[in-house]
Design a protein around this ligand. Structure first.
Ligand code: SF4
Length: 119
């Protein structure tokens, strides 16, 4: 019985290489999927950017002497969930904010970047 020759063609090696690279790239893409909102951590008030902007998870705790924008009757209406930059997630108790990517902010929170929703 003649012995079967095993030969690996250059074309076969190239095809295998392309398939392997594609599999690795797909794996990399899948591992870099954006985190689901429920997996995102809540923004900490001691986050440096949060501190700079006076973020508080409870807007009633904002120091209005430092951040007078939230003082008075108009200020009392300002919450993350009435801000243009807020996108509610899940049950609406928290949401995403473009100022703080990768974190959730409290619906009843506030920071000095507040922009009232229009319309
Ligand atoms: Fe909340 Fe708006 Fe400040 Fe974001 S920008 S933390 S949604 S008040």
């Amino acid at each position: 019985m003649p012995r079967k020759k095993h030969s690996i063609s250059r074309r076969g090696v190239i095809r295998s290489g392309i398939a392997g690279a594609a599999a690795v790239s797909l794996g990399s893409l899948l591992s870099q999927r954006p985190a689901r909102a429920e997996d995102l951590p809540m923004l900490a008030e001691d986050d440096p950017t949060a501190q700079t902007l006076g973020y508080k998870a409870d807007a009633a705790e904002v120091d209005t002497t430092k951040f007078p924008k939230r003082a008075g009757a108009d200020g009392d209406k300002q919450f993350c969930d009435t801000c243009q930059l807020y996108v509610a997630e899940g049950d609406g108790a928290a949401g995403k904010c473009s100022i703080f990517p990768g974190k959730l902010v409290a619906a009843k929170g506030w920071c000095n970047a507040f922009l009232p929703k229009t319309g």
